[in-house]
Design a binder for this molecule. Sequence first.
Ligand code: PMV
Length: 356
Amino acid sequence: MAVYSATTTAPVNIACIKYWGKRDTKLILPTNSSLSVTLDQDHLRSTTTSRADAAYVKDRLWLNGVEEEIKPGGRTATCIAELKRLRKELVEDVDSAAPTLSSFSVHIASYNNFPTAAGLASSASGFAALTASLAALYSLPCPPTTLSLIARQGSGSACRSLLGGFVAWNAGTLDSGLDSLAVQVAPETHWPEIHALICVVSDTKKGTSSTSGMQRTVETSPLLQHRIEHVVPQRMIDISTAIRNRNFDRFAEITMADSNQFHAVALDTSPPIFYMNDVSRAIIAVIEEYNRVALLPENGGKRKAAYTYDAGPNAVIYAPAANMKEIISMIIHFFPQQEVFKDSFGLFGTDGVGVG
Ligand code: PMV
């Protein structure tokens, strides 16, 4: 008997222009466009295997070996249903000899190759890998941008992990969400000199989930409206230009400004949300000082590193590979308790917790 199975991987992505706020919570349509860098497949990624079998009685999901409930009408159920619908419409209705996999239940197993304890967001790589593996199982003739419409309904930021390199998620304007998708601004080969250093400041789960944090911000923050209307549209244009021109100084300036505005918007929420802690702020101070010195005319007058923080205290530092050695020794100097556990990539914990 035929076994219908497919395995795919998807990497983590880290935003330079942050997505924060939904205009439609069911379809996951954002209040602003965003832009991220998809990290290398070799490092932080989710690997997902999907199987369809006429003998399965219901759809089931395992995350890192532990079964998770698929809630009816929930995000995972929505993604699975959408992919089954595409299988039926694009494959089975066209080729009546194709096996009717869309009527079979699926079993999905997903693993992250990075420590869950490291406190890194895994929903982006997880929903991207789930979408890609079902699309492969179903032989869907869809490009990644089309699949991004489905991954988006699992976790907004997941839509960007279906593409490599520098990726924009266009907010779109349609109520259907059909124009709210991810597009590649530049492939990874365009600017391979840019590396990411992940500083695990804390491995504890974040206090306010992105879903409830965004909702509260949309409801209460006047600064968010300013950001949506007057700040993000120009930043999307400017950072895309900086990427195309491989202008790291400008890329760094915009990335840090946007991280800071995202955290300002979180603070502008009522009650306020604090995602960064004292160590996060100390890392900002170190990078700001590093750039202040680099910006002096006698030192070349250009920024050498950029920090960015998602909905948690962990820092991601983007920098040209040539500066990484210096940056790592600087961080080790100021935060001596850290543990470098993947030095080729520079993933480490600044509090020396057992994330190695
Ligand atoms: O996709 P979510 O619900 O995990 O939200 C992600 C939000 C940020 O990571 C803070 C920003 C972003 O654009 O990834």
